[in-house]
Ligand binder design. Structure first.
Ligand code: AMP
Length: 213
């Protein structure tokens, strides 16, 4: 099974991707995670991408496509995968179609997670991430046992620089301007599955399973 997760920042793409990954034994490919890793490792690509990510702007297509192409060339993708955060504009969608065609891979579904702006802002502004294992928490919806410390590995929690209010607003604007059109793009390919993602993560996952199974 090959799936794309589409939706605004804060719709729960990362959280649902993790559940899908373990339930269906798929590979989770998140361009946001790949980019943040490149930034933390100070690679050439990471240095170039850093300022775009911090502002909440899209990183130039060339860099993201380089990352995706490299990742989709690894043998483990034959298990099936979830693309989380890619594509994010029309030209990335077009390039993805061509890349998959070349590799003889079929994209089965594009799951569109829909959430209201109020829910999105509440989720993103309370999100905290572990510096070591990258697990996500939330100050209200999923608090850790000890404030600021990861329940899983004991690492320090931080607030992503693009989860500050100004960057959140910019990411939402960019989503509307550049990404939302992909709903029509995949709808016309008859691949789109729409899910109401305004609920808690386990409820959304049940809905997701029911449309995929
Ligand atoms: P995410 O973790 O998916 O919210 O992504 C965090 C940030 O990484 C985004 O705000 C962008 O700056 C960058 N990013 C992730 N995926 C892409 C993409 N497909 N195209 C361009 N920039 C991306």
């Amino acid at each position: 099974m090959q799936i794309v997760l589409l939706g605004p920042p804060g719709a729960g793409k990362g959280t649902q991707a993790k559940s899908l990954k373990s339930y269906f034994n798929l590979i989770h490919i998140s361009t946001g995670d790949l980019l943040r890793k490149a930034v933390s490792e100070n690679t050439k690509l990471g240095v170039e991408a850093k300022e775009f990510i911090e502002r909440g702007d899209l990183v130039p297509d060339k860099l993201v496509i380089e990352l995706i192409n490299e990742r989709l060339s690894k043998p483990d993708v034959s298990r099936g995968f979830i693309l989380d955060g890619f594509p994010r504009n029309d030209s990335q969608a077009d390039i993805l179609d061509k890349m998959l065609q070349k590799k003889n891979i079929i994209l089965n579904y594009v799951v569109y997670l829909e959430a209201s702006e109020e829910i999105i802002i509440q989720r993103l502004s309370g999100r905290r991430v572990c510096r070591s294992c990258h697990e996500n928490f939330h100050v209200k919806n999923m608090p850790t046992k000890v404030e600021g410390i990861c329940d899983i590995c004991g690492g320090e929690l931080y607030r992503r620089s693009d989860d500050q209010e100004e960057a959140i607003r910019n990411r939402l604007k960019i989503y509307t301007e550049k990404t939302e059109s992909l709903v029509d793009y995949y709808s016309s390919q008859e691949k789109l599955l729409k899910i109401d993602a305004n609920f808690d993560a386990p409820v959304v996952f049940e809905k997701l399973k029911s449309v995929l199974l």
